[in-house]
Design a protein around this ligand. Structure first.
Ligand code: GLU
Ligand code: ZN
Length: 295
């Protein structure tokens, strides 16, 4: 039996510019792919135009280029994939696995944010309704390459979740599963803020008969003010002229030990060193890292 070739990806959301936390995630996925001769794809997760920052897509691409990242094939935009998402939603509705939910924001308050299944058997029309996926009363678990065992009970800890919003926008959980499978992604390397999305994605893969990729979640970088460098944090773009020191810092955040000679090197030289010496076992087994503690 031959193993499938490694296909990795970086999938930024253009709600802002790349920040140091996204650089750490991009670098980890890039090095993990290149160190084993794999492909590295780039996908723009532009599912939510109202939350998009003007110019963010172009800025993300030029930052990646300035930092020496080279992706394989054409950039994929999720905004061009709506018909694929719509098809699957229809199938899930027809199979009775998903249903229309007309609950107001007010009705959704309480219950610890877990949807109690109010509309499960209401038979609402799809028009002007969110579409939710029924979850089973089961615990899902997987072994993350860095974080180890992760368990989550979908019924008790998540509840039936939205796959198409009431305003017609498709949800990240659905799009990411369909696109990773469509692009043949074998290994997902991303920030630990998405650990607790993974069981939902495993469930969707199971329903749709899609092969689950291997997962590696890298620590999330926390700002001195306690702010998580996540999607919603509006930070300035990574400075182009600081590519070498910031890549070195990102390498150290990932537990790698680049030699000081690289301080005078180019971004390409730092990446080449990173590929040649990549050891995913050195990545800190932690969900967060304080930026202030990085050197
Ligand atoms: N688009 C997501 C983000 O920027 C990442 C999705 C993923 O890697 O699965 O946080
Ligand atoms: Zn409802």
């Amino acid at each position: 039996m031959t193993l499938p070739p490694y296909i990795g990806r970086f999938a930024p959301t253009p709600s802002g510019f790349l920040h140091f936390g996204s650089l750490v995630a991009a670098l980890a996925s890039y090095l993990d792919a290149r160190a084993c001769g794999g492909q590295w794809l780039l996908r723009m997760e532009d599912l939510d135009p109202p939350r998009e920052a003007p110019g963010a897509q172009t800025a993300i691409l030029s930052t990646l280029e300035a930092y020496g990242f080279e992706w394989d094939g054409e950039l994929v935009n999720q905004s061009a994939r709506h018909s694929a998402y719509a098809l699957v939603i229809d199938r899930l509705l027809q199979a009775g696995l998903a249903y229309a939910c007309t609950c107001s924001r007010k009705q959704l308050e309480g219950n610890g944010g877990i949807y109690p299944g109010t509309c499960r058997n209401a038979g609402h029309a799809q028009h002007d309704a969110a579409i939710r996926l029924r979850v089973p009363e089961l615990e899902y678990h997987f072994v993350d390459r860095v974080q180890g065992q992760f368990r989550q009970h979908l019924g008790r800890e998540v509840g039936d979740f939205v796959i198409r919003r009431r305003d017609g926008l498709y949800a990240y959980q659905l799009a990411v599963v369909l696109d990773d499978a469509w692009q043949g992604v074998t290994d997902v390397v991303r920030g630990a803020d998405l650990l607790n999305s993974t069981p939902r994605q495993l469930y969707l893969q199971e329903l749709l008969g899609l092969p689950p990729p291997d997962y590696l979640h890298v620590p999330l970088i926390i700002q001195p003010d306690g702010h998580k460098l996540g999607k919603s944090y509006r930070s300035p773009p990574l400075p182009t002229e600081q590519a070498t020191p910031l890549l070195l810092r990102a390498l150290r955040a990932l537990g790698q030990c680049p030699p000081t000679e690289l301080n005078a090197g180019s971004a390409q030289e730092v990446l080449a060193w990173g590929i040649a010496h990549w050891d995913a076992l050195l990545i800190p087994r932690s969900r967060t890292l304080a930026e202030a503690q990085l050197h």
